[in-house]
Design a protein around this ligand. Structure first.
Ligand SMILES: Cc1cc2nc3c(=O)[nH]c(=O)nc-3n(C[C@H](O)[C@H](O)[C@H](O)COP(=O)(O)O)c2cc1C
Length: 200
């Protein structure tokens, strides 16, 4: 065995993670946006995501009472607006108009998606779990919206075009370099070479 780890105070130090803009609304009321870093993919079938939200957030009661939330993925062009939505409360400001963001209706949902974001996942809440500091909202993805310009000829989403950002304990990062792909460790040499060329 090599040297042991240094043990520090336990914390949920998972990184990097996406930071997303979650839009929410009660039927007939003004929508709000809250920035969330504690978001996750939790199931494939049915497709499910989670968000963890502190009770004191203005958005918390909107999500709890409406039973829905819309996760908007964030590209570099939306980064500043995302940061703003994470430091200002909808109690005090209209975050859509503060950054000129466009609310776009989502079929079957009161909450709009954010028209400028590359992709959205509209989720119906199935479970709310009180954890301590945060409440965990689990939701089934009922609508998935993608900017048409991000789809390639084969109908796949071109994530490179979306210029998604990552969050790493206080700082935001661009995703830059493709290092590999799912299964590349066991790919045949010709497949590896071709795919890596495509990805560069
Ligand atoms: C990068 C970033 C990540 C954040 N992640 C979370 C989170 O996961 N859960 C949460 O409750 N608040 C999180 N916040 C804080 C809220 O976004 C912030 O308190 C916001 O102003 C609440 O808005 P609201 O009062 O309109 O709901 C985050 C803020 C930033 C800037």
């Amino acid at each position: 065995m090599s040297e042991a780890f240094t043990h520090v105070k336990p914390g949920a130090l998972l990184a990097p993670v996406p930071a997303v803009m979650v839009s929410c609304a009660l039927p007939g009321e003004k929508p709000n946006i809250v920035t969330i870093a504690w978001a996750g993919t939790v199931n494939s079938d049915p497709p499910m995501c989670s968000i963890s939200v502190r009770k004191e957030r203005f958005s918390h009661s909107i999500i709890r009472d409406s039973g829905e939330f819309v996760i908007n993925l964030v590209g570099q062009a939306q980064l500043k607006a995302m940061d703003y939505c994470g430091v200002k409360s909808g109690r005090d400001v209209d975050k859509f108009s503060a950054y000129g963001l466009t609310p776009v209706s989502v079929p079957g949902f009161a909450a709009p998606a954010i028209g400028e974001c590359p992709l959205y996942l509209a989720c119906r809440v199935t479970t709310v779990q009180e954890l301590g500091s945060h409440d965990l909202f689990l939701g089934v993805v009922e609508q998935l919206g993608v900017q048409p310009g991000l789809m390639d000829a084969a109908g796949r989403i071109d994530y490179a075009k979306a210029k998604l950002v990552a969050y790493n304990h206080g700082n935001y990062y661009a995703l830059g370099q493709t290092l590999g792909f799912f299964g590349y460790s066991i790919a045949a040499p010709d497949v590896l070479e071709r795919r890596m060329k495509e990805l560069r």
